[in-house]
Design a protein around this ligand. Structure first.
Ligand code: SF4
Length: 76
């Protein structure tokens, strides 16, 4: 059971590192049991976030665009 908890914590850390910089991501839960830990405003159409999981972000790929924008700003 400890291995499972460690794996869940690791997955949450990876999610935070990968998705945390997305310009549409408002917050990421610190609860490793949360199945939809990411609060995203891209698909809600307003400032109220909806909860999504990491698979949604991997499909969406918006976090990659944000990363590229940040790198372009740094090189200016
Ligand atoms: S679903 Fe897309 S826009 Fe929303 S936080 Fe994930 S990568 Fe960003």
């Amino acid at each position: 059971m400890d291995d499972l908890n460690r794996m869940k914590r690791l997955m949450l850390t990876v999610t935070q590192e990968l998705i945390g910089g997305c310009r549409f991501c408002i917050e990421i839960s610190s609860d490793p049991e949360d199945r939809t830990p990411i609060q995203c405003v891209k698909f809600s159409g307003n400032s109220t976030p909806i909860s999504v999981n990491a698979a949604t972000c991997i499909t969406c790929k918006e976090f990659k665009k944000t990363e590229r924008l940040q790198q372009a700003k740094l090189s200016d």
